[in-house]
Write a protein that binds this ligand. Structure first.
Ligand code: NCD
Length: 359
C-alpha cells in the first residue's frame, strides 16, 4: 500500500486543499446516514497508551455508522506477547479489519505498521511525535472560525518538546501558511529535528519563539494551549507549571479563540475558561466530527481527503531504542534507493521517528 493511503503525519496534509470546504463537509456529516453503506465493516482499535477522547470518539464514530470495532488496549493481550513480530501481526490485523487505528508509545509506530498492513492505518498518537487527526481537526476548526488558514496568527503555548498535538498543529499550520509563534515552557523547546524538517519542507517557513505571549508583536487569532507532558520525562514535575493568565488573554483578538487538545490540568484554569473565546469543548466536538468523517471517507473509499504522501520519502530507519523502528527489524535495513527529496537534511531522516539518521 502507498504511504499516502495511511494517515500518520500532518506532513501529509496537502497545502493546496480547501480546508474551509472540508470543514463545512465535516460539520454537515451525519454518521447515522451512512449506516447502510458501512454496515459489515470492522476496524481495529489498538491503543497502547491511555486515552479518553481519542479512543472513545473513534469507537463512538464507528458504532454510530454501523461499523464494528475490535479493540485491544495492550500488546500483552495479543500474540506479540508470544513473540510474534509486529510485521506478521500487521498482516494478520489487515485480514481481519478494514482499517487500523493505532496509538503507541514509540514514534513512527503507525508509519511502520503501515508498511506491512494492506489496509489503511490511522495514527492516533505515536508517543511524543504526532497526533495527526488532532492537527487536522485544529486546522478545520481554525478554517471554520476565520474562513481561512493562511496568515492566521497562532501561538502554540506549553510543552512543545513532548506534546504530539502541538507538533501536529505546528506542522499543519506551517504547511497551510499560518503565522506561528511558539511559547514553550522552560526546558520544553521544540525538538531541533522538527524545526529542521519544517524549514526544509517549507523554505519560507518562519516560526517565532517567545518567552511570553505578550512578547508577540501582533494580536493573536488563536492561542493553542498544551499541558506539561509529565509522563514523558523523569523531570516532568520539576518544570514550573505555568498557567494562562488575563495578560495572555489580552493578546487575543476580540474574535480570537483559545484551543486545547485536552485533558487540561492547571494550565487553563476555570476562571480563564469563563471567557467565551475559550472553545475547548467545541474543539473536542470538532475532533469527534473530524474522526468520524475520516473513518467514513476511508471505509467508503471516497477520495476526498487532503492526505498525500509525505513530502520527503524516507525508507531508512534509525533503530534507536526509543524509535518504533527498534520493533520492526526489517525497517533497519539500509535504504535500497536514494531519497527523492533534494535537500540532504531530508535524505537523512528516519522514516519512523523523523529524527536524523546517524551516519
Ligand atoms: C492528547 C494526547 O493524548 O496526545 N489528548 C488527545 O488526544 N485529545 C493531549 C495530551 O495528552 O496532552
Amino acid at each position: 500500500m502507498k504511504h499516502g493511503n495511511h494517515f500518520t503525519s500532518c506532513f501529509q496534509l496537502s497545502p493546496h486543499a480547501d480546508y474551509l470546504a472540508l470543514a463545512d463537509k465535516v460539520l454537515a456529516f451525519e454518521p447515522r446516514s451512512v449506516r447502510s453503506r458501512l454496515q459489515g465493516h470492522v476496524i481495529g482499535v489498538f491503543f497502547e497508551e491511555p486515552s479518553t477522547r481519542t479512543r472513545f470518539s473513534t469507537e463512538s464514530a464507528a458504532y454510530r455508522m454501523g461499523v464494528q470495532c475490535i479493540t485491544s488496549l495492550s500488546p500483552a493481550a495479543t500474540s506479540i506477547a508470544k513473540g510474534e513480530s509486529f510485521e506478521d501481526s500487521a498482516r494478520i490485523w489487515s485480514m481481519y479489519c478494514d482499517l487500523l487505528c493505532v496509538r503507541h508509545r514509540l514514534p513512527g509506530y503507525a508509519r511502520l505498521l503501515g508498511r506491512h498492513a494492506s489496509v489503511p492505518v490511522i495514527n492516533l498518537g505515536d508517543g511524543p511525535l504526532e497526533h495527526p487527526t488532532q492537527g487536522l481537526a485544529t486546522i478545520l476548526h481554525i478554517a471554520s472560525c476565520f474562513g481561512r488558514t493562511k496568515d492566521v496568527r497562532i501561538c502554540i503555548w506549553g510543552d512543545v518538546a513532548m506534546s504530539r498535538c502541538a507538533h501536529s498543529v505546528l506542522i499543519a499550520c506551517v504547511l497551510l501558511g499560518a503565522a506561528v509563534w511558539l511559547c514553550p515552557f522552560p526546558k520544553r523547546q521544540l525538538p531541533e529535528d522538527l524545526l529542521r524538517l519544517l524549514g526544509a519542507t517549507v523554505p519560507s517557513c518562519s516560526v517565532g519563539i517567545v518567552d511570553n505571549v505578550e512578547d508577540i508583536p501582533h494580536p493573536l487569532d488563536v492561542l493553542y494551549v498544551n499541558r506539561l507532558q509529565v509522563e514523558r520525562r523523569a523531570d516532568g514535575d520539576q518544570v514550573p507549571y505555568a498557567k494562562i493568565t488575563s495578560v495572555d488573554m489580552a493578546k487575543l483578538q476580540k474574535n480570537g479563540i483559545v484551543l486545547h487538545p485536552l485533558p487540561r490540568r492547571g494550565e487553563l484554569p476555570d476562571e480563564i475558561c469563563c471567557d467565551t473565546r475559550v472553545r475547548i469543548w467545541q474543539h473536542a466536538e470538532m475532533t469527534l466530527r473530524t474522526r468520524q468523517f475520516l473513518l467514513y471517507q476511508y471505509l467508503a473509499n471516497v477520495a476526498a481527503l487532503p492526505i498525500t504522501d509525505m513530502p520527503f520519502e524516507t525508507s531508512e530507519c534509525c533503530g534507536r531504542p526509543d524509535c518504533a523502528s527498534s520493533l520492526f527489524p526489517s525497517s533497519q535495513r539500509p535504504a535500497s534507493r536514494a531519497s527523492e527529496a533534494g535537500a540532504d537534511a531530508l535524505k537523512k531522516t528516519c522514516g519512523a521517528c523523523l529524527r536524523q539518521v546517524a551516519r
